[in-house]
Design a protein around this ligand. Structure first.
Ligand code: BES
Ligand code: ZN
Ligand code: ZN
Length: 493
């Protein structure tokens, strides 16, 4: 991981390759450019006057230092209007600067972006830079790994004294970024190398004195009556698992269970997906990756609440033993599910996981995360996660955590009006609705049958967990959606 340190130095003498300076569209003058000397101040004035650089949001203009500084390059980083400055515009500016520093082949750079007037900028800049720095190259042979790496990011410290509070911010940002990047790695790992048994093995790495890991294999699941998880996994030679990671610090009073959909590959099963839809379906365990990563972060941060990750892991494949449309399954809760479509498998595994969580773990709150419906992509696009709940207080708090972290959510209704959408003629509930309307909500209505009384939020991360195009500090591929959101939520719990 890239190092992050403070640097107290005259800008001329800073031994770095690149210096990044914040610039506002509506600024009167730029104090940092002025510190570089009159020649740079004049050049900056010219650039602004000719509009060669207008400091619009997330733009960057590169200047040669002409050997007047130790650094080779100065990056002028646009922030847009000063009054529109908030944490997300800072994160985006940081990612823009970081990518420009990479393009300039910098092995170190000094960022003055922590100088903008927002609280906790050392945290925000460090986190955004580490998130932007992520790349998944575990599967590239040596020659393919030539991509230049930035070794050190320096945050400018004009105060000339090491500040303990700021150093703590760096530490916290490193934990959040590495936990998010861990989720990204799990999501990006190809499905031939990450099937349910291996996901369980990964979870076991979280074991510690205050963190118990329990893995239920197919025999245990049979004994327990987790027939829904078993049914989804039947078509695959890779057998399903239910994994519980219970982080329970001494004196914990409140508890939150995070239930994650862990379909390590979703072919659709007998209702097989057409090729282009099947591509990227290794991402169907993103909910599970998030649950594990939040516990990892909670441990590292020493969170004082009990946090339990519950992972329902299975591979959804067609085969002679596959579950079928028309099957009826008796779930762990005792309720029966009529299968209408084997590709609506996420809700099926979650039915057991949610009921198990409520009955055995008895947490104060449950939040589930699942790449559950293609409809969520249609409804909201790739920016927010879909949120459904009947608990307004939890909804508000999750929403606020989203606004603070940039890991945003948008609520969809879970009204009584939709209640009958998943009715079955022969079982208690059916895993598909009659029409193609409101698919994200009807999936949540299905899940609602399996949470009886615990305050519960459902997060549909189908659009946000895996991207075709990067969004600033969120890369192409696995994004770690939900990790920073839930750590922030827990912080305010
Ligand atoms: N894993 C998919 C949902 C999905 C789609 C996730 C795109 C990420 C990107 C899920 O299991 C699924 O196939 N859902 C079906 C449900 C339908 C059969 C009712 C869907 O959304 O089409
Ligand atoms: Zn599916
Ligand atoms: Zn799925």
């Amino acid at each position: 991981m890239m190092n992050v340190k403070f640097l107290t130095s005259n800008l001329h003498n800073a031994k770095v390759d690149v210096i990044a300076i914040p610039c506002f569209e509506d600024e009167k003058s730029n104090q940092y450019v002025s510190l570089l000397g009159a020649a740079f101040a004049d050049e900056y004035k010219r650039l602004r006057k000719t509009k060669a650089f207008s400091a619009k949001k997330a733009t960057v203009h590169s200047l040669s230092s002409l050997a007047k500084l130790k650094a080779n390059t100065i990056l002028l980083v646009g922030f847009g209007k000063e009054k529109e400055l908030h944490n997300e515009s800072l994160r985006r500016a940081v990612s823009t600067a970081h990518m420009a520093a990479k393009r300039a082949k910098a092995s170190s750079y000094l960022s003055l972006l922590n100088q903008v007037s927002l609280p906790d900028t050392a945290f925000t800049v460090t986190e955004a830079a580490l998130l932007t720095d992520y790349s998944f190259d575990a599967y590239k042979s040596k020659n393919g790994k030539k991509d230049t790496k930035i070794k050190t990011l320096y945050l400018w410290n004009s105060a000339k004294k090491a500040n303990i509070a700021e150093s703590k911010q760096i530490k916290k940002a490193q934990i959040l970024a590495s936990s998010t990047n861990y989720a990204r790695d799990l999501v990006n790992t190809p499905p031939n190398d990450l099937y349910p048994e291996l996901l369980a093995k990964e979870a076991k790495k979280l074991k510690a004195a205050n963190c118990k890991v329990t893995v239920f294999d197919e025999k245990a699941l049979k004994r327990m009556g987790c027939n829904a998880i078993l049914a989804v996994g039947k078509g695959s030679v890779r057998k399903p698992r239910l994994v519980i990671v219970d982080y329970k610090p001494k004196g914990a009073k409140k508890s939150l269970a995070i239930v994650g959909k862990g379909i390590t590959f979703d072919s659709g099963g007998l209702n097989i997906k057409p090729g282009s839809y099947m591509e990227t379906m290794k991402c169907d365990m993103s909910g599970a990756a998030c649950a594990l990563s939040v516990v990892k972060a909670a441990k590292a941060l020493g969170v004082k609440h009990r946090i339990i990750a519950v992972v329902a892991a299975a591979e959804n494949m067609p085969g002679g033993l596959s579950y079928r449309p028309d099957d009826v399954i008796k779930t762990y809760s005792g309720k029966t599910i009529e299968i209408g479509n084997t590709d609506a498998e996420g809700r099926v595994v979650l039915s057991d996981a949610l009921a198990f969580t409520e009955k055995n773990i008895k947490p104060d709150q449950i939040i589930d995360l699942a790449t559950l419906t293609g409809s969520c992509v249609i409804a909201l696009g790739y920016w927010p996660t879909g949120m459904m709940t009947t608990n307004d207080l939890m909804a508000e708090r999750v929403h606020q955590a989203g606004e603070r972290t940039g890991d945003r959510v948008w609520r969809l209704p879970l009204w009584e009006d939709y209640k009958d959408s998943m009715n079955s003629d022969i079982a208690d509930v059916k895993n598909i609705s009659k029409g193609r309307d409101s698919g994200t909500i009807t999936a949540a209505i299905f899940l609602q049958h399996f949470v009886e009384k615990t305050p519960w939020v459902h997060l549909d991360i189908a659009a946000t967990a895996f991207l075709k195009e990067s969004q600033f500090y969120k890369p192409k591929g696995g994004t770690g959606a939900g990790v920073r959101l839930l750590v922030e939520y827990i912080g305010a719990m």
